[in-house]
Design a protein around this ligand. Structure first.
Ligand SMILES: Cc1cc2nc3c(=O)[nH]c(=O)nc-3n(C[C@H](O)[C@H](O)[C@H](O)COP(=O)(O)OP(=O)(O)OC[C@H]3O[C@@H](n4cnc5c(N)ncnc54)[C@H](O)[C@@H]3O)c2cc1C
Ligand code: HEM
Length: 434
């Protein structure tokens, strides 16, 4: 079934500047960076390392946490339990090595940028690369056993340190740009409001406790929020800055993660829902992330599902404030209208945009809802303007579906940007390009 557009208004839009949303290039691995001897050894051993990558990271993390238990407080233990972080780390190291030896390897820049932003949001320090390198290379030696001759160990050591240096340089640049130091990356914020947005979704409005101005936030960026859990553990999670409308406060919007099929409920989101009250303090990072709309380009399609809506509101706010002549299409999919958070706010803010069209798809549509479509998002038939820039956020299968449909409709791959609410396995496994 086709969606019925709930167009808030549409007047002919003024011509908009065109251009690309492609972000600033980051340093990238290139053939030639690795010494010739190491390149040959890495080429010969990369398949073995790739084949054992998960075994390697399965050894690496426990050994590193045993020697440095303080790191348990900065690594997301949910991602450790599901194995997602191990897979992302392993895939990124192998992809980096391939990019060092193969001139035709897919671009690695967006992976590099994503990791650097994530590291900066967590306050990762240059000296910690020595710890990670020691345990990671130790795990390679242990898993591959006799195959790790001194030459092989040296070659993979070189790969690791090239990667570390490039990441460290990008991170230094980001810390400098934010005007912070790695060991001073968090600021205390006070929860000043809690808003029930939808079923199992709340917003927390946060004000800097030090009374100083908010950091600059690009529309689409996230913060790392560190919480002290009731069991005494400390854990960070990332939350998109869902609004900065007030200018002195930032808002995060949190979906309560319920455990399914016997898995435990999400630790931090449950705590933010149940244990955090107005007046409480949270430690919050500077805004990070490169899923950011620039002022350069033409019409926008914001395609979200579930909690991915948190990236839509700040972008709509930004366009309404700075480029109201820029056409925006908002397409959202959710289980039901009750689950669709921020919907009214997005519609309200979108009224300030000259050409603003919204579509909604729900798995279950209420009988009296004549505006929304039932089922999964279907972008095959909606009107798409030329030179469209797409920002999509939601579960991976959803984003794959969006991307496939839009590619079939002729939207160039480089015009489709995406945000993953977890370690980005999609990119580090080589698909899709940025
Ligand atoms: C860039 C970015 C932006 C984000 N923005 C937002 C946002 O705006 N809003 C939002 O709500 N979220 C956002 N997230 C997701 C958020 O960071 C958290 O991942 C989310 O809140 C879940 O955290 P949690 O601590 O509640 O769950 P966790 O405890 O981390 O658990 C996560 C999942 O793993 C499962 N799990 C945990 N332990 C096990 C186990 N032992 N076995 C099997 N399964 C297990 C849980 O059931 C749950 O489904 C974002 C993430 C990123 C990376
Ligand atoms: C060359 C070395 C390193 C590589 C290749 C690497 C790679 C990665 C990757 C791929 C991710 C996932 C990014 C995403 O969200 O998509 C990540 C996240 C992370 N990294 Fe690194 N990293 C390195 C060094 C370090 C160091 C030195 C530390 C500090 C101890 C560190 C701590 C973290 C943490 C805490 C996360 C978030 C984990 C999570 O949310 O589950 N990393 N890193």
């Amino acid at each position: 079934m086709n969606a019925v557009p709930t167009a808030v208004q549409t007047q002919p839009a003024a011509p908009t500047p065109t251009g690309s949303e492609t972000p600033r290039p980051a340093a990238a691995p290139k053939p030639g960076l690795l010494s010739a001897e190491s390149a040959a050894v890495v080429a010969a051993t990369a398949p073995a390392v790739a084949a054992h990558a998960e075994e390697i990271t399965a050894l690496f993390y426990p050994s590193m946490f045993a020697s440095h238990p303080e790191l348990l407080r900065i690594f997301n233990q949910g991602n450790q339990a599901t194995g997602e972080q191990s897979r992302a780390l392993a895939a990124s190291v192998v992809a980096y090595a391939v990019a060092l030896i193969d001139p035709d390897a897919p671009s690695f820049e967006h992976v590099m940028r994503r990791i650097a932003h994530k590291h900066v949001s967590l306050g990762i320090r240059p000296e910690q690369y020595t710890i990670v390198g020691h345990h990671l290379l130790g795990a390679v030696a242990e898993v591959l056993g006799d195959a790790v001759t001194p030459e092989v160990a040296d070659a993979w050591g070189e790969v690791y340190w090239l990667f570390a240096m490039q990441l460290g340089a990008e991170e230094a640049r980001l810390y400098q740009q934010a005007g912070i130091r790695a060991d001073d990356a968090l600021r205390p914020y006070v929860v000043v409001r809690r808003i029930d947005e939808a079923h199992d979704i709340i917003s927390l409005v946060l004000e800097p406790a030090d009374g100083l101005p908010l950091p600059t936030t690009e529309p689409g960026q996230y913060v790392s929020v560190f919480v002290d859990l009731p069991d005494g553990e400390r854990q960070p999670r990332q939350y998109t800055v869902s609004s900065t409308a007030s200018g002195t406060r930032l808002q995060i919007t949190v979906n309560r993660a319920r455990g399914v099929d016997g898995a435990p409920d999400g630790r931090v989101s449950t705590h933010l829902h149940e244990g955090v009250r107005v007046g409480d303090r949270l430690d919050v990072s500077s805004p990070c992330g490169d899923f950011v709309v620039s002022d350069a380009a033409g019409p926008l399609l914001l395609a979200s599902a579930g909690a991915g809506i948190t990236t839509v509101l700040p972008i709509v706010e930004h366009i309404a404030r700075t480029q109201p002549q820029r056409p925006v299409i908002v397409a959202h999919a959710d289980r039901t209208a009750r689950d669709h958070a921020l919907r009214d706010t997005v519609l309200h803010v979108g009224r300030a945009i000259d050409s603003f069209t919204t579509y909604a798809w729900y798995e279950h549509v209420e009988p009296d809802d004549t505006r929304s479509a039932s089922g999964y998002m279907d972008l095959r038939t909606i009107d798409l303007p030329a030179d469209l820039q797409v920002f999509t956020c939601g579960p991976l299968p959803f984003m794959r579906h969006v991307r496939t449909t839009l590619l079939e409709r002729g939207v160039p791959a480089e015009h489709i940007r995406y945000e993953v609410f977890g370690p980005d396995l999609w990119a580090s496994q080589g698909e899709p390009p940025a």
